[in-house]
Design a protein around this ligand. Structure first.
Ligand code: PLP
Length: 456
Protein backbone atom coordinates (compact mmCIF):
# COMPACT_ATOMS: atom_id res chain seq x y z
CA UNK A 1 0.00 0.00 0.00
CA UNK A 2 1.23 3.52 -0.83
CA UNK A 3 2.19 5.62 2.18
CA UNK A 4 -0.83 7.44 3.54
CA UNK A 5 0.14 11.10 3.37
CA UNK A 6 -1.34 14.42 2.26
CA UNK A 7 -0.20 13.54 -1.26
CA UNK A 8 -3.01 11.00 -1.67
CA UNK A 9 -6.18 12.24 -3.39
CA UNK A 10 -8.83 13.53 -1.00
CA UNK A 11 -11.32 10.76 -1.86
CA UNK A 12 -8.77 8.09 -1.03
CA UNK A 13 -7.95 9.66 2.34
CA UNK A 14 -11.68 9.97 3.06
CA UNK A 15 -12.31 6.33 2.21
CA UNK A 16 -9.46 5.14 4.44
CA UNK A 17 -10.63 7.45 7.22
CA UNK A 18 -14.15 6.02 7.00
CA UNK A 19 -12.82 2.46 6.93
CA UNK A 20 -10.61 2.64 10.00
CA UNK A 21 -11.05 5.79 12.03
CA UNK A 22 -13.84 6.19 14.59
CA UNK A 23 -14.30 9.93 15.21
CA UNK A 24 -15.26 11.33 18.61
CA UNK A 25 -18.72 12.89 19.09
CA UNK A 26 -19.65 11.85 15.52
CA UNK A 27 -22.16 9.59 13.81
CA UNK A 28 -19.49 7.83 11.81
CA UNK A 29 -21.82 6.42 9.15
CA UNK A 30 -23.08 9.92 8.39
CA UNK A 31 -19.50 11.15 8.14
CA UNK A 32 -18.52 8.26 5.90
CA UNK A 33 -21.33 9.15 3.49
CA UNK A 34 -20.24 12.78 3.42
CA UNK A 35 -16.47 12.38 3.57
CA UNK A 36 -14.34 14.10 6.22
CA UNK A 37 -12.75 17.40 5.32
CA UNK A 38 -9.04 16.62 5.38
CA UNK A 39 -6.96 19.32 7.02
CA UNK A 40 -3.41 19.34 5.71
CA UNK A 41 -1.68 22.27 7.38
CA UNK A 42 -2.23 25.47 9.31
CA UNK A 43 -0.68 28.86 9.86
CA UNK A 44 -1.78 31.77 12.07
CA UNK A 45 -5.59 31.64 12.15
CA UNK A 46 -5.96 29.73 8.87
CA UNK A 47 -6.26 26.03 8.13
CA UNK A 48 -5.64 24.57 4.68
CA UNK A 49 -7.58 21.55 3.46
CA UNK A 50 -6.70 18.91 0.89
CA UNK A 51 -8.64 20.80 -1.79
CA UNK A 52 -6.53 23.90 -1.23
CA UNK A 53 -9.20 25.91 0.65
CA UNK A 54 -8.06 28.38 3.29
CA UNK A 55 -10.40 28.13 6.21
CA UNK A 56 -10.48 30.70 9.01
CA UNK A 57 -10.47 28.85 12.30
CA UNK A 58 -12.92 30.74 14.44
CA UNK A 59 -12.65 28.05 17.12
CA UNK A 60 -8.84 27.88 17.61
CA UNK A 61 -9.10 24.14 17.04
CA UNK A 62 -11.14 23.06 20.03
CA UNK A 63 -10.81 26.35 21.98
CA UNK A 64 -7.12 25.70 22.40
CA UNK A 65 -4.71 27.09 19.79
CA UNK A 66 -4.38 30.40 21.60
CA UNK A 67 -1.05 31.49 20.07
CA UNK A 68 -2.14 30.44 16.57
CA UNK A 69 -0.79 27.77 14.26
CA UNK A 70 2.68 27.40 12.83
CA UNK A 71 4.88 28.48 15.73
CA UNK A 72 8.15 26.74 14.91
CA UNK A 73 9.64 27.58 18.32
CA UNK A 74 7.35 24.98 19.90
CA UNK A 75 8.42 22.34 17.39
CA UNK A 76 12.09 23.13 18.12
CA UNK A 77 11.58 22.85 21.87
CA UNK A 78 9.73 19.53 21.44
CA UNK A 79 12.50 18.08 19.26
CA UNK A 80 15.22 19.24 21.67
CA UNK A 81 13.37 17.80 24.67
CA UNK A 82 12.73 14.48 22.89
CA UNK A 83 16.44 14.12 22.25
CA UNK A 84 17.44 15.03 25.79
CA UNK A 85 14.75 13.28 27.84
CA UNK A 86 11.71 12.05 25.89
CA UNK A 87 10.00 10.54 28.91
CA UNK A 88 10.41 9.90 32.53
CA UNK A 89 7.72 9.48 35.13
CA UNK A 90 7.17 11.57 38.23
CA UNK A 91 5.72 8.78 40.39
CA UNK A 92 8.62 7.31 42.28
CA UNK A 93 10.46 10.16 43.97
CA UNK A 94 11.84 11.51 40.67
CA UNK A 95 11.38 14.76 38.82
CA UNK A 96 12.86 16.67 35.89
CA UNK A 97 13.57 20.29 34.95
CA UNK A 98 10.73 20.84 32.41
CA UNK A 99 7.98 19.87 34.85
CA UNK A 100 9.62 21.76 37.71
CA UNK A 101 9.91 24.88 35.55
CA UNK A 102 6.33 24.58 34.30
CA UNK A 103 4.84 24.09 37.75
CA UNK A 104 6.78 27.11 39.04
CA UNK A 105 5.66 29.22 36.08
CA UNK A 106 2.00 28.26 36.52
CA UNK A 107 2.23 29.11 40.22
CA UNK A 108 3.65 32.52 39.27
CA UNK A 109 0.81 33.24 36.80
CA UNK A 110 -2.03 31.88 38.94
CA UNK A 111 -3.78 33.89 41.70
CA UNK A 112 -1.53 34.26 44.76
CA UNK A 113 -3.04 31.45 46.87
CA UNK A 114 -2.75 28.79 44.12
CA UNK A 115 0.82 27.50 44.11
CA UNK A 116 0.71 23.75 43.47
CA UNK A 117 0.08 21.78 40.29
CA UNK A 118 -0.97 18.16 39.79
CA UNK A 119 -0.43 17.32 36.12
CA UNK A 120 -2.55 15.23 33.77
CA UNK A 121 -2.72 14.57 30.04
CA UNK A 122 -6.00 16.38 29.38
CA UNK A 123 -8.82 18.38 30.88
CA UNK A 124 -10.89 15.24 31.40
CA UNK A 125 -8.10 13.58 33.33
CA UNK A 126 -7.57 16.71 35.40
CA UNK A 127 -11.24 16.80 36.37
CA UNK A 128 -11.04 13.12 37.31
CA UNK A 129 -8.13 14.11 39.53
CA UNK A 130 -10.33 16.80 41.07
CA UNK A 131 -13.10 14.35 41.95
CA UNK A 132 -10.65 12.13 43.77
CA UNK A 133 -8.73 15.02 45.27
CA UNK A 134 -11.66 16.81 46.90
CA UNK A 135 -13.03 13.56 48.32
CA UNK A 136 -9.62 12.60 49.66
CA UNK A 137 -9.15 16.11 51.08
CA UNK A 138 -12.32 15.88 53.14
CA UNK A 139 -11.52 12.35 54.29
CA UNK A 140 -8.11 13.55 55.42
CA UNK A 141 -9.82 16.38 57.30
CA UNK A 142 -11.95 13.81 59.17
CA UNK A 143 -15.13 14.46 57.16
CA UNK A 144 -15.40 11.46 54.80
CA UNK A 145 -19.14 11.97 54.33
CA UNK A 146 -18.42 15.11 52.32
CA UNK A 147 -18.30 13.39 48.93
CA UNK A 148 -20.97 15.01 46.76
CA UNK A 149 -19.84 17.33 44.01
CA UNK A 150 -22.39 19.79 42.70
CA UNK A 151 -22.15 20.78 39.06
CA UNK A 152 -24.54 22.26 36.52
CA UNK A 153 -26.87 20.98 33.82
CA UNK A 154 -25.49 21.49 30.30
CA UNK A 155 -21.94 21.84 31.68
CA UNK A 156 -19.05 20.19 29.88
CA UNK A 157 -16.11 19.03 31.99
CA UNK A 158 -14.73 16.24 29.80
CA UNK A 159 -15.58 12.84 28.44
CA UNK A 160 -14.11 10.25 30.80
CA UNK A 161 -16.49 8.44 33.14
CA UNK A 162 -15.68 10.82 35.99
CA UNK A 163 -15.50 14.11 34.10
CA UNK A 164 -18.47 13.14 31.91
CA UNK A 165 -20.42 12.64 35.14
CA UNK A 166 -19.38 16.06 36.39
CA UNK A 167 -20.67 17.47 33.12
CA UNK A 168 -24.38 17.93 32.76
CA UNK A 169 -24.85 16.81 29.17
CA UNK A 170 -27.82 14.42 29.10
CA UNK A 171 -26.92 12.80 25.73
CA UNK A 172 -23.59 11.83 27.30
CA UNK A 173 -25.21 10.52 30.47
CA UNK A 174 -27.54 8.38 28.35
CA UNK A 175 -24.61 6.29 27.14
CA UNK A 176 -22.58 4.06 29.42
CA UNK A 177 -24.24 4.49 32.79
CA UNK A 178 -23.33 8.04 33.74
CA UNK A 179 -23.29 9.86 36.10
CA UNK A 180 -21.33 8.04 38.77
CA UNK A 181 -22.78 8.34 42.31
CA UNK A 182 -22.59 11.50 44.37
CA UNK A 183 -22.63 14.01 41.54
CA UNK A 184 -25.56 16.44 41.63
CA UNK A 185 -26.55 18.95 38.94
CA UNK A 186 -28.28 22.31 39.36
CA UNK A 187 -29.54 24.68 36.65
CA UNK A 188 -27.25 26.92 34.62
CA UNK A 189 -27.51 30.72 34.55
CA UNK A 190 -28.70 30.92 30.92
CA UNK A 191 -30.94 33.98 31.05
CA UNK A 192 -31.73 34.06 27.31
CA UNK A 193 -33.16 30.56 27.21
CA UNK A 194 -34.46 30.10 30.73
CA UNK A 195 -34.81 33.52 32.36
CA UNK A 196 -38.49 34.07 31.48
CA UNK A 197 -39.69 37.48 32.64
CA UNK A 198 -37.05 37.89 35.38
CA UNK A 199 -34.38 40.56 34.95
CA UNK A 200 -30.95 39.07 34.21
CA UNK A 201 -29.76 40.23 37.66
CA UNK A 202 -32.65 38.61 39.54
CA UNK A 203 -32.30 35.47 37.46
CA UNK A 204 -28.54 35.27 38.14
CA UNK A 205 -29.25 35.46 41.85
CA UNK A 206 -31.99 32.82 41.67
CA UNK A 207 -29.77 30.41 39.80
CA UNK A 208 -26.88 30.92 42.24
CA UNK A 209 -29.25 30.34 45.16
CA UNK A 210 -30.06 26.91 43.71
CA UNK A 211 -26.64 25.96 45.03
CA UNK A 212 -27.65 26.91 48.56
CA UNK A 213 -30.93 25.01 48.21
CA UNK A 214 -29.08 21.92 46.98
CA UNK A 215 -26.58 22.08 49.85
CA UNK A 216 -29.40 22.34 52.40
CA UNK A 217 -31.33 19.47 50.78
CA UNK A 218 -28.34 17.17 50.38
CA UNK A 219 -26.88 18.13 53.75
CA UNK A 220 -23.97 20.48 54.41
CA UNK A 221 -22.00 17.56 55.81
CA UNK A 222 -22.36 15.66 52.50
CA UNK A 223 -21.23 18.29 49.97
CA UNK A 224 -17.55 18.42 49.06
CA UNK A 225 -17.33 20.88 46.21
CA UNK A 226 -19.00 22.92 43.51
CA UNK A 227 -17.50 22.91 40.00
CA UNK A 228 -18.19 25.36 37.18
CA UNK A 229 -16.50 27.22 34.38
CA UNK A 230 -16.20 30.97 35.04
CA UNK A 231 -17.83 31.44 31.63
CA UNK A 232 -19.50 28.28 30.37
CA UNK A 233 -17.86 27.43 27.02
CA UNK A 234 -18.95 24.22 25.31
CA UNK A 235 -22.44 24.68 26.78
CA UNK A 236 -22.80 27.64 24.40
CA UNK A 237 -20.67 30.48 25.83
CA UNK A 238 -23.23 31.24 28.51
CA UNK A 239 -22.18 34.46 30.22
CA UNK A 240 -23.73 34.55 33.70
CA UNK A 241 -25.48 37.71 34.90
CA UNK A 242 -23.23 39.89 37.09
CA UNK A 243 -25.06 38.79 40.26
CA UNK A 244 -24.27 35.09 39.78
CA UNK A 245 -20.66 34.57 40.80
CA UNK A 246 -20.57 36.80 43.93
CA UNK A 247 -23.52 34.82 45.29
CA UNK A 248 -21.90 31.46 44.44
CA UNK A 249 -18.71 32.56 46.21
CA UNK A 250 -20.70 33.65 49.27
CA UNK A 251 -22.47 30.27 49.43
CA UNK A 252 -19.26 28.24 49.02
CA UNK A 253 -17.61 30.28 51.81
CA UNK A 254 -20.61 30.00 54.12
CA UNK A 255 -20.94 26.21 53.86
CA UNK A 256 -17.22 25.38 53.50
CA UNK A 257 -17.67 23.95 50.03
CA UNK A 258 -14.55 23.77 47.86
CA UNK A 259 -14.87 25.81 44.69
CA UNK A 260 -13.41 24.22 41.54
CA UNK A 261 -13.10 26.61 38.60
CA UNK A 262 -12.79 24.70 35.36
CA UNK A 263 -10.42 26.96 33.42
CA UNK A 264 -9.83 24.53 30.56
CA UNK A 265 -11.29 27.05 28.09
CA UNK A 266 -11.20 30.28 30.12
CA UNK A 267 -7.57 29.89 31.24
CA UNK A 268 -4.49 31.35 29.60
CA UNK A 269 -5.82 34.57 28.16
CA UNK A 270 -9.18 33.64 26.64
CA UNK A 271 -11.10 36.10 28.84
CA UNK A 272 -8.40 38.78 28.73
CA UNK A 273 -6.82 37.72 32.04
CA UNK A 274 -4.57 34.76 32.68
CA UNK A 275 -7.57 33.07 34.28
CA UNK A 276 -11.33 33.48 33.94
CA UNK A 277 -11.61 33.35 37.75
CA UNK A 278 -9.93 36.77 37.85
CA UNK A 279 -12.32 38.09 35.21
CA UNK A 280 -15.39 37.04 37.20
CA UNK A 281 -13.83 37.84 40.60
CA UNK A 282 -13.83 34.45 42.34
CA UNK A 283 -11.30 32.71 44.59
CA UNK A 284 -11.30 29.02 43.65
CA UNK A 285 -9.64 26.29 45.72
CA UNK A 286 -8.73 24.32 42.60
CA UNK A 287 -8.50 25.34 38.95
CA UNK A 288 -8.65 22.80 36.09
CA UNK A 289 -6.33 23.65 33.20
CA UNK A 290 -5.52 22.17 29.75
CA UNK A 291 -5.99 23.45 26.16
CA UNK A 292 -4.41 26.96 26.17
CA UNK A 293 -1.68 25.79 28.56
CA UNK A 294 0.17 24.40 25.54
CA UNK A 295 -2.00 26.10 22.89
CA UNK A 296 -2.90 22.53 21.93
CA UNK A 297 0.59 21.80 20.58
CA UNK A 298 0.94 18.96 23.10
CA UNK A 299 -1.70 17.18 25.18
CA UNK A 300 -1.35 18.38 28.76
CA UNK A 301 -3.69 19.35 31.58
CA UNK A 302 -3.65 19.71 35.32
CA UNK A 303 -5.15 20.96 38.54
CA UNK A 304 -3.80 24.10 40.18
CA UNK A 305 -4.31 23.63 43.90
CA UNK A 306 -4.52 26.17 46.74
CA UNK A 307 -1.98 26.24 49.56
CA UNK A 308 -4.69 25.14 52.00
CA UNK A 309 -5.77 22.08 49.97
CA UNK A 310 -2.17 21.19 49.09
CA UNK A 311 -1.16 21.25 52.74
CA UNK A 312 -3.69 18.52 53.49
CA UNK A 313 -3.07 16.51 50.30
CA UNK A 314 0.71 16.63 50.63
CA UNK A 315 0.50 15.00 54.06
CA UNK A 316 -0.93 11.77 52.62
CA UNK A 317 -0.10 9.48 49.75
CA UNK A 318 -2.59 10.35 47.02
CA UNK A 319 -3.02 7.05 45.17
CA UNK A 320 -3.56 8.68 41.85
CA UNK A 321 -1.60 9.68 38.75
CA UNK A 322 -1.18 9.16 35.04
CA UNK A 323 1.77 7.78 33.09
CA UNK A 324 1.94 11.13 31.34
CA UNK A 325 1.50 13.35 34.43
CA UNK A 326 4.17 16.00 33.92
CA UNK A 327 5.37 14.57 30.61
CA UNK A 328 8.71 16.26 29.84
CA UNK A 329 7.99 17.08 26.19
CA UNK A 330 4.49 18.37 26.90
CA UNK A 331 5.86 20.39 29.86
CA UNK A 332 8.66 21.93 27.78
CA UNK A 333 6.24 22.86 25.01
CA UNK A 334 3.74 24.37 27.46
CA UNK A 335 6.52 26.41 29.04
CA UNK A 336 7.59 27.71 25.63
CA UNK A 337 3.97 28.57 24.85
CA UNK A 338 3.75 30.62 28.05
CA UNK A 339 7.09 32.29 27.25
CA UNK A 340 5.76 33.36 23.85
CA UNK A 341 2.53 34.63 25.42
CA UNK A 342 4.50 36.77 27.87
CA UNK A 343 7.28 37.93 25.53
CA UNK A 344 4.77 38.93 22.87
CA UNK A 345 2.42 40.55 25.42
CA UNK A 346 -0.48 38.49 24.13
CA UNK A 347 -2.75 39.52 26.99
CA UNK A 348 -2.23 43.18 26.07
CA UNK A 349 -3.08 42.33 22.46
CA UNK A 350 -6.28 40.65 23.62
CA UNK A 351 -7.30 43.48 25.95
CA UNK A 352 -6.39 46.43 23.75
CA UNK A 353 -6.75 45.16 20.19
CA UNK A 354 -8.37 41.79 19.53
CA UNK A 355 -11.19 41.68 22.10
CA UNK A 356 -12.48 45.22 21.37
CA UNK A 357 -12.41 44.52 17.61
CA UNK A 358 -14.12 41.16 18.08
CA UNK A 359 -16.78 42.71 20.34
CA UNK A 360 -17.55 45.40 17.77
CA UNK A 361 -17.83 42.86 14.97
CA UNK A 362 -19.85 40.38 17.02
CA UNK A 363 -22.35 42.87 18.45
CA UNK A 364 -22.68 44.20 14.89
CA UNK A 365 -24.23 40.87 13.91
CA UNK A 366 -27.03 41.66 16.36
CA UNK A 367 -28.94 43.53 13.64
CA UNK A 368 -29.37 40.30 11.66
CA UNK A 369 -33.05 39.24 11.62
CA UNK A 370 -32.22 35.80 13.04
CA UNK A 371 -29.86 36.94 15.80
CA UNK A 372 -31.11 37.47 19.36
CA UNK A 373 -28.60 38.25 22.09
CA UNK A 374 -24.92 38.59 21.26
CA UNK A 375 -22.59 37.79 24.15
CA UNK A 376 -18.83 38.12 24.42
CA UNK A 377 -16.18 38.04 27.12
CA UNK A 378 -12.64 38.57 25.89
CA UNK A 379 -12.17 36.15 23.01
CA UNK A 380 -15.13 33.83 23.54
CA UNK A 381 -18.48 34.79 22.10
CA UNK A 382 -21.93 33.46 21.31
CA UNK A 383 -25.13 34.53 19.67
CA UNK A 384 -28.62 33.13 20.05
CA UNK A 385 -30.57 32.32 16.90
CA UNK A 386 -34.26 33.09 17.19
CA UNK A 387 -37.33 33.57 14.99
CA UNK A 388 -38.43 36.45 17.28
CA UNK A 389 -35.98 38.61 19.19
CA UNK A 390 -38.57 40.30 21.45
CA UNK A 391 -40.09 37.13 22.86
CA UNK A 392 -36.74 35.23 22.77
CA UNK A 393 -38.66 32.47 20.98
CA UNK A 394 -37.19 29.17 19.93
CA UNK A 395 -37.45 27.80 16.40
CA UNK A 396 -40.36 25.43 15.91
CA UNK A 397 -38.12 22.87 14.23
CA UNK A 398 -35.96 20.54 16.29
CA UNK A 399 -33.69 22.50 18.62
CA UNK A 400 -30.40 22.90 16.85
CA UNK A 401 -31.61 22.84 13.25
CA UNK A 402 -30.99 26.56 12.72
CA UNK A 403 -27.64 26.28 14.47
CA UNK A 404 -26.64 23.23 12.46
CA UNK A 405 -27.59 24.92 9.20
CA UNK A 406 -25.66 28.06 10.11
CA UNK A 407 -22.64 26.00 11.05
CA UNK A 408 -22.78 24.17 7.73
CA UNK A 409 -23.10 27.43 5.76
CA UNK A 410 -20.24 28.87 7.78
CA UNK A 411 -18.08 25.84 7.00
CA UNK A 412 -19.00 26.14 3.31
CA UNK A 413 -17.88 29.78 3.44
CA UNK A 414 -14.56 28.80 4.96
CA UNK A 415 -15.18 29.95 8.51
CA UNK A 416 -15.24 27.49 11.38
CA UNK A 417 -17.98 28.47 13.80
CA UNK A 418 -19.63 25.96 16.08
CA UNK A 419 -23.21 25.62 17.23
CA UNK A 420 -24.63 24.39 20.50
CA UNK A 421 -28.25 23.74 19.63
CA UNK A 422 -29.34 27.17 18.33
CA UNK A 423 -26.43 29.17 19.75
CA UNK A 424 -23.47 29.96 17.52
CA UNK A 425 -20.10 30.17 19.26
CA UNK A 426 -16.62 31.36 18.36
CA UNK A 427 -13.31 31.32 20.17
CA UNK A 428 -10.56 32.34 17.73
CA UNK A 429 -6.81 32.23 18.29
CA UNK A 430 -5.84 35.13 20.55
CA UNK A 431 -3.32 36.42 17.99
CA UNK A 432 -6.05 37.28 15.48
CA UNK A 433 -5.73 40.76 13.91
CA UNK A 434 -8.49 43.36 13.43
CA UNK A 435 -8.34 42.78 9.64
CA UNK A 436 -8.90 39.07 10.15
CA UNK A 437 -11.77 39.84 12.51
CA UNK A 438 -13.39 42.00 9.82
CA UNK A 439 -13.09 39.11 7.39
CA UNK A 440 -14.54 36.74 9.98
CA UNK A 441 -17.53 39.08 10.37
CA UNK A 442 -18.18 39.03 6.61
CA UNK A 443 -18.09 35.24 6.47
CA UNK A 444 -20.29 34.91 9.57
CA UNK A 445 -22.89 37.28 8.12
CA UNK A 446 -22.92 35.37 4.81
CA UNK A 447 -23.46 32.13 6.72
CA UNK A 448 -26.33 33.70 8.68
CA UNK A 449 -27.90 35.09 5.49
CA UNK A 450 -27.69 31.75 3.73
CA UNK A 451 -29.16 29.72 6.57
CA UNK A 452 -31.87 32.36 7.19
CA UNK A 453 -32.88 32.08 3.52
CA UNK A 454 -33.40 28.34 4.05
CA UNK A 455 -35.24 28.64 7.36
CA UNK A 456 -37.62 31.52 6.56
N1 PLP B 1 -13.39 21.17 30.79
C1 PLP B 1 -13.83 22.04 29.88
C2 PLP B 1 -14.44 23.31 30.33
C3 PLP B 1 -13.72 21.76 28.51
O1 PLP B 1 -14.19 22.62 27.61
C4 PLP B 1 -13.13 20.55 28.13
C5 PLP B 1 -12.99 20.21 26.70
O2 PLP B 1 -13.58 20.82 25.83
C6 PLP B 1 -12.68 19.66 29.12
C7 PLP B 1 -12.81 20.01 30.44
C8 PLP B 1 -12.07 18.35 28.76
O3 PLP B 1 -10.82 18.54 28.27
P1 PLP B 1 -10.14 17.39 27.33
O4 PLP B 1 -10.92 17.34 26.07
O5 PLP B 1 -8.72 17.89 27.18
O6 PLP B 1 -10.19 16.14 28.09
Amino acid sequence: MAAITNHLPTAELQALDAAHHMHPFTTNNELAAKGARIITRADGVYLTDSEGNHIMDGMAGLWCVNIGYGRGELADVAARQMRELPFYNTFFMTSHAPVIALAAKIAELAPAHLNHVFFAGSGSEANDTNIRMVRTYWTQKGKPSKSIIISRKNAYHGSSVGSGSLGGMTPMHAQGGLPIPDIHHIDQPNWWAEGGSATPEDFGLQRAQELEKAILELGEDRVAAFIAEPIQGAGGVIVPPSTYWPEIQRICDKYEILLIADEVICGFGRTGEWFGSTTVGIKPDIMTIAKGLSSGYQPIGGSIVSDEVAEVMNACEFNHGYTYSGHPVASAVALENLRIMEDESLLDHVRNVAAPALAEMWHGLGDHPMVGETKIVGMMASLALTPDKDSRAKFAADAGTAGYMTRERSFANNLIMRHVYDRMVISPPLIITPEEITEMGKRARTALDESYAQIK
